[in-house]
Design a protein. Structure first.
Length: 133
């Protein structure tokens, strides 16, 4: 489930601190950079870590004349696992296994949100039943 952290002017909603009182750290995609990081830190006191490829932004760099370029970074071919990205992808896979959540047919976002709760409750109950609790 996602919550809008910012509007188009990159201001953070202070009410999120009340909705998620135990939240301390956020992992975000490269789209959440710039002023948003400072706004989240100042408004909510959360730390935010941008998850990106190690070679992001190193392909083309400008250097002063006479300065040696850094050694080239080897970019692996194919799929590369990014730090903490797998958590989101795994959760989307769990949701996609539910027939109702496989396609987004819902008209209201509240309905989709409730279906996410239903799928996750069912997943937790199934795991609790398997371990004998």
């Amino acid at each position: 489930m996602t919550h809008p952290l910012y509007s188009h002017n990159f201001t953070c909603d202070p009410a999120l601190g009340e909705v998620f009182p135990r939240m301390q750290h956020v992992w975000a995609d490269r789209g959440y950079t710039g002023d948003l990081i400072k706004n989240i830190k100042n408004t909510l006191g959360w730390t935010i870590e941008i998850v990106k490829h190690p070679w992001t932004g190193v392909k083309h760099i400008w250097l002063p004349q006479g300065q040696e370029p850094p050694p080239p970074i080897e970019v692996p071919e194919g799929f590369v696992v990014l730090k903490r990205r797998w958590v989101v992808e795994r959760t989307f896979a769990w949701l996609g296994r539910s027939r109702r959540m496989a396609k987004d047919y819902e008209r209201l976002p509240v309905t989709s949100e409730n279906l996410v709760f239903e799928v996750m409750i069912r997943l937790m109950l199934k795991r609790l039943a398997q371990c004998g609790l």
